[in-house]
Design a protein. Structure first.
Length: 127
């Protein structure tokens, strides 16, 4: 995620507030470190990390319950409950990702890209 952040360098939605932008000189008045942080919006690292961890947990639960196996292992009601419970961790990832949007820390596309990046990395590392 960090490699993409340095490569893309997209401005955060709150860039002007973070860098202390001066309208007369058109320069940032806060330090260079704060300006650098304000330029690292794409992709969302929190979304990437949360979706990576929680998607891995979902895949682990699905594998543990045996949803991918052929054959009548569970009754229909237990199967439904197991599927629903297996996907509960993604609710926390969604909450984490949307909190970055509400805080004006990322653009929606940053969050979507970070979420996809995290989920794909979890799927690849699980298999």
């Amino acid at each position: 995620t960090q490699v993409f952040k340095f490569y893309v360098g997209r401005l955060r939605p709150n860039f002007y507030a973070m860098c202390g932008f001066d309208k007369e000189t058109f320069e940032c008045t806060n330090g260079g470190e704060m300006e650098m942080e304000a330029r690292m919006s794409f992709p969302s690292g929190h979304s990437s990390l949360s979706y990576s961890g929680m998607m891995f947990m979902v895949l682990f639960f699905i594998g543990r319950v045996g949803l991918g196996r052929v054959g009548p292992r569970l009754s229909l009601n237990k199967l439904r409950i197991s599927v629903v419970l297996s996907f509960v961790p993604l609710v926390f990832s969604f909450w984490c990702a949307t909190s970055r949007l509400v805080d004006h820390w990322h653009h929606p596309s940053d969050i979507i890209a970070g979420s996809i990046l995290g989920a794909v990395s979890a799927i690849i590392s699980y298999h």
